[in-house]
Design a protein around this ligand. Structure first.
Ligand code: FAD
Length: 145
């Protein structure tokens, strides 16, 4: 297997619904499963939820990142999954995160809103690079807190 590192970025629409308790328990399940699978697959990254959308960065060996994305695309807990970028990277940007979940605090929601407003809150108008940079900045802040 080619062990070169790649980064994949996508966004999708939440299909779980807005009910707080149901949403939290679904996200907890997704994160628990992601952390087990991603450790196994040498995948790291971060998942952001805000304004009804998920955005995720997955980084690791290409074959494994693509296999994870195949499974993720089939998942009915979200829809309209749109691939934004798949690029080679020289190093991991989320080395300590099998899958971090960010963006739920008020401060993070505001940062997402600031980036989102530049696209008219249409994630399809955000680039993979913008989403990657936002997630990386939020992850650095979260680790420092
Ligand atoms: P199993 O856990 O055995 O699941 C079998 C099947 O059941 C899968 O098709 C799964 O999609 C489906 N399933 C399981 N529980 C539910 C449920 N409560 N509701 C609906 N369908 C369900 N997986 C990763 O491995 N890494 C990630 O980084 C990752 N990120 C995700 C981000 C988002 C926004 C979402 C929605 C899902 C994510 N997942 C991730 C989960 C992924 O979609 C698959 O569910 C998971 O990878 C399947 O793992 P498994 O092959 O071990 O199958």
């Amino acid at each position: 297997m080619d062990n070169s590192l790649y980064r994949l970025v996508y966004y999708s629409r939440n299909q779980i619904g807005d009910d707080g308790a149901a949403f939290s328990s679904n996200v907890d399940e997704i994160l628990a499963k992601s952390q087990v699978n991603n450790l196994r697959d040498e995948i790291t990254g971060a998942l952001l939820f805000n304004a009804g959308c998920f955005a995720q960065v997955l980084e690791g060996p290409l074959e494994r990142v693509e296999a994870a994305f195949e499974r993720i695309q089939q998942d009915e807990r979200h829809g309209e999954v749109s691939l934004l970028a798949v690029d080679p990277i020289s190093h991991r940007y989320f080395p300590n995160w099998a899958m971090g979940f960010i963006g739920t605090s008020e401060a993070h929601a505001k940062r997402f809103a600031d980036v989102g407003s530049s696209s008219g809150f249409d994630p399809s108008r955000l680039s993979g690079e913008q989403i990657h940079t936002l997630l990386r900045d939020l992850a650095i802040e979260e680790e420092a807190a």
